[in-house]
Design a protein around this ligand. Sequence first.
Ligand code: ARG
Length: 493
Amino acid sequence: MLRRGRFGRPMDAMASEYTSSMQVDVRLFSPVVQINAAHTVMLAERKIISPQDAAAILRALCDLHAKGIKALELRPELEDIHMAVEEFVVATTSEEVGGKLHTAKSRNDQVAAAIRVALRLEILEIRAALLELVGSLTALAEKNVSTVMPGYTHLQIAQPTTFAHHLAAHAWAFIRDLERLELVYVQANSSPMGACALAGTSFPVDPIRVARLLGFKRLSENTMDAVGSRDFALHTMAALAILMSDLSRLAEELVLWSSAEFDTIEMPDEFSSTSSIMPQKKNPVVAEIARAKAGRVGGALLAALTVMKALPQSYSLDLQELTPMLWDAVDQTKSSVRIMSRAIGAIKPKVENMRRRAEESFAVATELADTLVRDAGLAFRDAHSVVGRMVASATEAGKSPKDLSFEDLQSACREVLNRDIQLSEVKFRPALNLERCVEARALPGAPAPKAMRAQINLLKREMKIRKKLVRAEKRAILKAEEKLLKLARRMSR
Ligand code: ARG
């Protein structure tokens, strides 16, 4: 269809296979049909084509919409889905009529629009999945506001905290991922139609009308930028890569926690596999795959950045090669978030083990040093040294925190500061109490159960607002789709 003017011979079969995007374009089928319909409606309204021609074209497009992609012949020599759809319209109307469909548009603005249309829904789905994940984390946190566990820095036991506090730390990262995706959505939701190949058109088109019919919120400001930019895709992939790195950190902790060394969660059978040789094995495979997918999504971002980084304006076929990277990042992220949300909903925390790990460690050391500051009048640095010395001696003697006595503290103080400590013994024991230590950390954001409940309420509020936004955006898109279909049907009569 395209070559009969310019060329005398068909394209080399291997070359057309190599340069065709047909296979990847399958997921653009529906957006491309919609865009063609919106464009045709506008062409008729602006009297660029006759109502009769528009009706015939819209009839063909409605027919294609009803039949689905199986009605198309996806031959690579057609190059892409845009040509396959046009070929269908020409075949079901005539060359004379169907040949008018591509008036005042180009595959360049059309593909940019189609990717955006397809991407909008994907972003909304990922946002919905993320909200489920935050919901799972929050629900588990809610049950564990009093579940004491060790908090870590450098993966060394640091201070006592709660399982709720730890889970909520992940939840907030996902809330920020949601915020990023909301911004990504706004940027992607802008229409390039009307840009044509790069410089717009001299036909009196109405790009605002086309944008509205497609549910876009805005127009691209520059026709060259409209066809030549994919930063909305890079932005999406960057947000997804960050999200996957956040998800991978959670996955890594599930792997650690379910190990015999930590043994603080039970990964249910449904999310584990065993070994083909070692009959005792229970492997946290879902978490492992999610952890690895983060590398894949980050890799897609890097590959896409590399495609884009030195492309001259405006459209080059290099851009076609970027699209599958976007979909891969989208698909991998979507499935990872969904499965991890189910895994979080299913894990069984081993609360006694969490508590025991905290008890057996010197997690309360900071609180003891703080007590020496508050109640014995020591400078923090001195208190730090005294408690540090006490821990060193205890470790050397093979003592655990519960074996520590007031005398141990006294002798550490004598060693370090050359004097006795001015602390009543009754202040010593409570300083080593895990619950007290957690409860004393009651500022907003900290693990004290009361503060944690407030934080959980904040998380719930965030979820509620963001769920509403996803629903509203989805409704707007589906409404536009429905309206367009109705209009196309009416005009095709
Ligand atoms: N298949 C192309 C893509 O996916 C569509 C635009 C092709 N434009 C062109 N001038 N060959 O980007």
